[in-house]
Design a protein around this ligand. Structure first.
Ligand SMILES: Nc1ncnc2c1ncn2[C@@H]1O[C@H](COP(=O)(O)OP(=O)(O)O)[C@@H](O)[C@H]1O
Ligand SMILES: [Mg+2]
Length: 211
């Protein structure tokens, strides 16, 4: 079991007020976490620190006990992290299979099928898929790249409520079946309620709730 940990992490943007204040917690593979909070509470900031896209002002981010600033942020991003966005970020002139093969270390087709795409859909141009199916392709790409951590920033923000629920279920099943640490940012308490653990940001502090 691998872990990602925040150790006394504080963060403020240049000239900005403190966004995160002395946060410490551990995140394990095999679980889905939700980072919950209203707009502007620091969810994306927290995700970018965990993903090695930015560095804390104070404190450290550890992967398997080692400070990612020591091993190198680029090493952390390349070997440990996959990102999923609200806007899917697929290459739009390619099919699902081609998109997944961009980063795949394993066969793309079984993963796409397991995530609920049909044989026909996986060889269609991605723009001819619904939003929900496009997000499944983005999840498949993250799974196929074989990193232990998947970070998703508002992955259901463009989807209707039913599709959003399906996508969150797919992410949760991915955490459990593929032994991934899945961290989903959301402002929706309904989405968060499906997670194994909810990390709620309140005035820069983190409230941890096991579900
Ligand atoms: N690049 C930036 N420069 C200055 N302030 C920023 C920047 N990005 C975000 N902020 C501010 O930091 C706070 C947290 O932002 P963010 O992490 O994006 O929140 P969330 O994702 O929860 O909506 C907000 O007050 C936001 O305005
Ligand atoms: Mg955000």
């Amino acid at each position: 079991m691998q872990t990602l940990a925040l150790k006394n992490v504080s963060y403020a943007y240049e000239k900005g007020k403190t966004v995160l204040s002395d946060i410490s917690t551990e995140l394990e593979t095999g679980k889905m976490y939700a980072i919950l909070g209203p707009s502007g509470s620091g969810k994306t900031t927290l995700l970018s620190l965990l993903g090695g896209l930015d560095t804390p002002r104070q404190g450290s981010i550890l992967f398997d006990g080692t400070d990612i600033a020591e091993t190198g942020l680029e090493h952390h991003r390349r070997n440990h992290i996959s990102l999923i966005f609200q806007s899917y970020n697929l290459i739009d002139y390619m099919t699902p299979v081609e998109n997944v093969l961009l980063t795949a270390k394993v066969d793309a087709v079984p993963i796409l099928e397991r995530l609920g795409l049909t044989r026909d859909e996986i060889t269609r141009n991605v723009l001819k898929l619904s939003g929900g199916q496009q997000q499944r392709v983005a999840i498949a790409r993250a799974l196929a790249s074989d990193t232990p951590v998947i970070l998703a920033d508002e992955p259901t923000g463009n989807l209707d409520a039913d599709t959003a629920e399906e996508i969150i279920a797919v992410l949760k099943e991915s955490a459990h079946a593929f032994e991934k640490c899945v961290i989903v940012v959301t402002h929706s308490s309904e989405v968060a309620a499906q997670a194994d653990v909810v990390l709620e940001i309140k005035r820069g502090h983190l409230k941890v709730r096991e579900m």
